[in-house]
Design a protein around this ligand. Sequence first.
Ligand code: N01
Length: 551
Amino acid sequence: MADTEVDSFDAVVIGAGFAGLYMLHRLRGLGLSAVVLEQGAGVGGTWYWNRYPGARCDSESYYYCYSFDSALEQEWTWSERYPRQPEIKDYLDHVTDRFDLRRDIRFGTRVTGARADADGRGWTVDTDTDTDTDTDTDTAPVRCRFLITAVGCLSAANVPDIPGLADFAGRWFHTGRWPHDGVDVTGRRVGVVGTGSTGIQAIPVLAEPASHLTVFQRTANYSIPARNGPLSRAESDAYKADYPAIREVQAGSTNGHPFVVNPQSALEPPDDERERAYRAAWERGGLRFRASYADLLADEAANETASEFIRDRIRETVEDPAVAETLLPRDHGFATKRPPIDTGYFETYNRDDVTLVDVRADPIEAVVPEGLRLRSGTVYELDDLVFATGFDALTGPLLRLDPVGPDGTSLRRAWAAGPRSYLGLAVSGFPNMFTITGPFSPSVLTNMPTSIEQHVDWIADCLAHMRDTGADRIEADRDAERAWAEHTREVSEQTLLPRAATSWYLGANVPGKPRVFMPYAGGFARYTAACADVARRGFEGFRLTGSPAAA
Ligand code: N01
């Protein structure tokens, strides 16, 4: 295509994961023209890229899915309690075809920049083709009235800047960019750096074929058994019959999960009764453990009861007391960092061919051709090195796009001291731009599809309102944005969440990143009510203006 040809749309959506697909569906419903630009060769977003061994969702399958179409809910049947990556990808492919979305998605198209028009009424989006596809795609810029980012919160891989990586003689991988044709580690010496949700999922699976697995742990973590298993026909049918009630509980919840939190304090019941409650939650498994008591994330003493219960399970499971001791999390309370769930994680350390290395005590100093060298000089010889080191979360994916507002200010400059956003949906200085699950929205503290649907519906309602009122420019007010940032800070400080010093919620995992607690911790239902209120008041806190030409 000639460089001068520029396609123009009402909306450009960046990313074809859960968010981008549903956004496209809603835009079409409004009669707007739209295109989705997607770097990968297929749909899925997170579930396109994260193909590491053991990749599986920590939310249960019956609610880790869309709720917007009841026929879709009824026709799709999940095979396991927690869906594996390929099954979620299959589900999203099914949704894409069922709603005929594919024809408006440009795969293999990476957005390299976006510039607002001087009047703030449109955007020019620059693209490039990516090597991950052999599709011959358009690299000319694309024009649009509205720019909608659906880039996810955990898509910018964080590979630690360890000296010597380029000289490593073996293979190295980041879990979030796992090769699509898989990696055979049979008979090889594998090292895993990182014990977050990803590492905890991957470690037991990698330990099986590897000749030896060495885990480099900087921060010990809590984990609850997933208790995964096949979903029977009867269980699936029961969920399907119950969907209206399930969705109602999710809508009124703190985390977008269909769990009712026990309103009692963990400090109220006698010790033996609390122990029984924790044991029952441990046996049931999964993230629902957090719902055992109301104040687990609000009161340190309450939290310590759950933290110590889990430490006891680690002591009980891991046979070598010295290894168990190293695995005990002591520098943060349970669930103040995102709690992983697992299948056989702590049990893996009972294998003779698995070694745990405490890199808090003896930090990683360099990658050397034969493996990893610690500060003490000890070298661990490795054939494969796996970085399960997480992401530049929430702000990272948006800063990599680095849109530039009408006055020439880039997002990177606007957010130099940390992100600012109104409702997590829009940024002052960046008119006609919406950020699905942006910083200061509940996003990563919730079941993502639930938050995504709420955001997309809100944006669609906003665009319908603009259409109906003749507005063609919308921008968040700086004052409304400041007030929202202050509210976000206040609600987070009512919890223990900001106290976990190494948390990626705070940006602490990326050297030099400003320390700001980024997700909205006031609860999903409270957030939803705030967004609905803003809309009801005519999109209070936004400046909406009509086109001078149309006036
Ligand atoms: O990443 P993480 P993740 N040297 O940042 C360590 C979601 N998720 O990919 O804690 C040594 O949590 C780091 O140590 P520390 C979920 O929301 C969802 O595991 O910073 N170690 C930590 O142990 C999750 O929370 C599913 O001290 C280094 C680990 O690497 C989020 O993704 C499944 C290091 C990174 O843990 C991120 O999880 C999996 C260094 N230089 C993940 N740098 C679902 O089921 C980092 N670490 C939906």
